[in-house]
Design a protein. Structure first.
Length: 311
């Protein structure tokens, strides 16, 4: 079995390494420094076994892959009703940093776009900015299965260039959707995006969600089982930018993608999968990442609505 899984990963890696379409994200200057050829695939099963291939040591920032995990912390902190009141679960059809509709509706449509994620970050608990960050970092560590570290260069780079997120945050404050110190909330949001991981750690996070909230490597609970369906639905509906519908149709695995080139996907009760490769397509999804997930889903019946079940 283990040999089969490792050789499957090897064949996927060989097959999609020549795929060189797409481009590394440039709007956060530090991200342009990523080596576009990096490529790693990792899986973690709910029994704790893990497999990985490629650039296993390569580290990247979580970016939007942090959003479902922070949504989970917000749900655990203020509960479902409050989170639903301040954001929602509807696809936007607009870009992830869009302001369209925000002035009229007054709240973001879902927590996977930047405006929604800034709202969930604003709900994180703590007595001081340091305490809030530390609690968030500890929570992210529980998913990754190791002590989460901030990539200071990416954090600084985004802090200097995030005028758009700043605009979103102040608009939300003017609407009463965000309360308190906007600057502090935004700082926390930028920090969650700048937490770094390797691909196996990201697969651990996915496996934690696949395993009802318990990290299968450490045995520690990261989130109550009660909220798993909330998080997975939001990922399936909104996790892959404006490709989410096609993704749900073709791949059918709740997943989240980030501009650093990472994608993590959850096969409930079975496994977590993560792919890192920095070249992005026009939607903002890793081109090799998409190819690997499409292939895996088809090959092993991983679509969650495929009633033949994973093979
Ligand atoms: N930190 C990025 C931003 O706020 C995250 C975007 C993403 O990965 O989708 O723009």
């Amino acid at each position: 079995m283990a040999t089969n899984i490792q050789s499957t990963l090897e064949s996927l890696h060989d097959r999609y390494r020549p795929l060189n379409t797409g481009a590394v994200a440039t709007y956060i200057p530090e991200l342009t420094k990523a080596d576009p050829d990096l490529f790693c695939i990792a899986v973690r099963f709910v029994d704790g076994t893990g497999f990985t291939i490629g650039d296993t040591d390569a580290r990247f920032t979580l970016q939007s892959c942090s959003k479902p995990l922070i949504l989970a912390q917000a749900l655990s902190t203020v509960g479902r009703d409050m989170v639903m009141r301040l954001t929602g679960v509807e696809p936007t059809g607009n870009s992830f940093s869009s302001m369209v509709g925000l002035d009229q509706i007054g709240k973001p449509l879902n927590p996977m776009v930047n405006a929604g994620a800034i709202v969930t970050a604003s709900l994180l608990p703590g007595d001081s900015p340091e305490d809030r960050y530390e609690r968030m970092r500890t929570n992210l560590s529980a998913y990754l299965g190791s002590d989460a570290q901030l990539d200071a260069a990416v954090y600084d780079s985004e802090l200097r260039t995030s005028d758009r997120n700043r605009a979103l945050a102040y608009l939300l404050k003017s609407k009463g959707t965000i309360e308190g110190d906007v600057k502090q909330h935004l700082d926390l949001y930028i920090r969650q995006c700048a937490i770094s991981a390797n691909t196996q750690q990201l697969a651990n996070a996915a496996a934690t969600l696949a395993n009802n909230g318990v990290n299968p490597v450490t045995g520690k609970r990261a989130v109550s089982a009660e909220y798993i369906k909330d998080i997975l639905v939001v990922m399936l509906m909104n996790g892959m930018y404006n490709y989410a519908g096609r993704w749900a149709y073709e791949v059918g695995i709740p997943a989240k993608s980030g501009v650093s080139g990472s994608i993590f996907g959850v096969v409930p009760g079975v496994m977590g999968i993560a792919v890192y490769s920095p070249r992005l397509d026009d939607y903002g999804n890793s081109t090799r990442g998409l190819a690997v997930f499409r292939d895996l889903s088809k090959r092993y019946n991983m679509h969650i609505f495929d009633q033949r079940g994973p093979k």
